[in-house]
Ligand binder design. Structure first.
Ligand code: KG4
Ligand code: ZN
Length: 347
């Protein structure tokens, strides 16, 4: 099915400096990028926000169809912007999970088709590890460090032991933090995606409402939970409306944000302390949150830790981070994928 030559080509990338194309289609962004190491040569993102905004959230079937339309134009544009052709690509990295099955399959099938047609080695990329690799772009960050991944689908504190070695120290037991942001936004009638809207409104409010009583600070197993807080905010809004009371959306956003983020930051910093490391790197869509960025920068500085935050466009889904993740796999001979690669929605 796949030529022997392709695996040999992959093995030859070890220790080199390959040009890598990354393909990402796990949720609602179709993205293709080309990198050489930590340097981004092109980074194309076709966002579906305008499509999903009418439904107030991502509709999986609509997302898959939209990826199908956008993926090849994104490949062409990424090559054009980098001034390269497919013959210049040494390796292709593709997100194979976690995500929506129909969406993932568009990226995986495209990557496999190009790989087979052009005999370019393929690397499978875990979306979360991809988010963490956004922190390597144009920085000199080196493992080991602790990463805080906060996105629409995941909330985890991860010890990055090497470029290809990750250990989860703690994660959410239920909802992801981004899901909670999006739900609160929806309750307040703010457009999708809710996180940036809540961020904006929170700046005009005061964190004067206590929604939910967490336990005694950081959980010993570094686990997190967002469904209780999310439900508490939903009930607060619901009850106030039923009583005909006026609600202050800005105060709700500020209070929810503080409650959601404070424990997250404390948990991440505890992960760094326990790991006896000195660097914490933020990743994922919620890493774009201004309160989170300020809070972790201030507390990290007070404790003597180095804090790394990717620029805003590299926090949310993009393919540059996927390509960088694949680059570090290729140069260490890891995560090679053949034509049997399939999407893994629950990875
Ligand atoms: O990483 P991402 O693009 O997709 C996933 O892998 O899930 O994250 C998207 C999530 C959404 O929930 C979105 O509302 C949230 O990140 N988000 C934010 C902000 N920007 C994006 N949440 C809070 N504040 C922001 N500024
Ligand atoms: Zn993501």
């Amino acid at each position: 099915m796949y030529t022997q030559n392709t695996k040999q080509k992959f093995d030859a990338l070890r220790g080199g400096n390959p040009v890598v194309m990354g393909i990402e289609s796990s949720c609602d962004e179709t993205a293709v990028a080309i990198v050489r190491g930590r340097k981004v040569l092109s980074n194309v993102v076709a966002s579906q926000i305008d499509i999903h905004v009418k439904y107030g959230g991502v509709v999986p079937e609509v997302a898959s169809r939209s990826h199908t339309d956008a993926i090849l134009p994104c490949v062409d544009e990424a090559l054009e912007r980098a001034g390269l052709s497919l013959d210049d690509i040494d390796c292709i990295g593709v997100t194979y999970g976690a995500g929506l099955i129909g969406s993932l399959l568009v990226g995986v099938s495209t990557a496999k088709a190009i790989s087979l047609a052009k005999n370019i080695p393929l690397v499978k990329v875990d979306h979360i590890e991809g988010h963490i690799c956004a922190d390597y772009i144009d920085t000199d960050l080196k493992p080991p460090f602790v990463a805080l991944v906060a996105s629409g689908g995941h909330t985890s504190v991860i010890r990055v032991k090497g470029y290809n070695e990750y250990e989860t120290l703690g994660s959410t037991r239920d909802d992801a933090i981004g899901e909670a942001f999006d739900k609160v936004a929806r309750m307040l009638g703010l457009p999708y995606p809710g996180g940036p809207q809540v961020d904006k409104l929170a700046k005009q409010g005061n964190a004067c409402i206590k929604f939910y009583k967490h336990g005694k600070g950081v959980n010993p197993d570094l686990s997190l939970s967002y469904s209780g807080l999310k439900t508490a905010v939903v009930n607060y809004i619901h009850n106030a409306r039923q009583r005909g009371e006026e609600i202050c959306a800005a105060d709700i956003c500020a209070s929810f944000t503080a409650e959601a983020v404070d424990l997250l930051v404390d948990t991440a910093l505890e992960g760094v302390r326990r790991s006896k490391l000195d660097t914490i790197a933020l990743a994922g869509g919620v890493a774009a949150n201004s309160y989170l960025r300020e809070k972790i920068a201030a507390l990290g500085k007070a404790k003597g830790y180095k804090v790394v935050c990717p620029p805003l466009p590299l926090c949310t889904d993009n393919a540059a981070m996927i390509a960088v993740r694949a680059y570090f796999s290729a140069v260490e001979g890891k995560n090679y994928a053949d034509m049997y690669l399939n999407a893994r929605p629950g990875l």
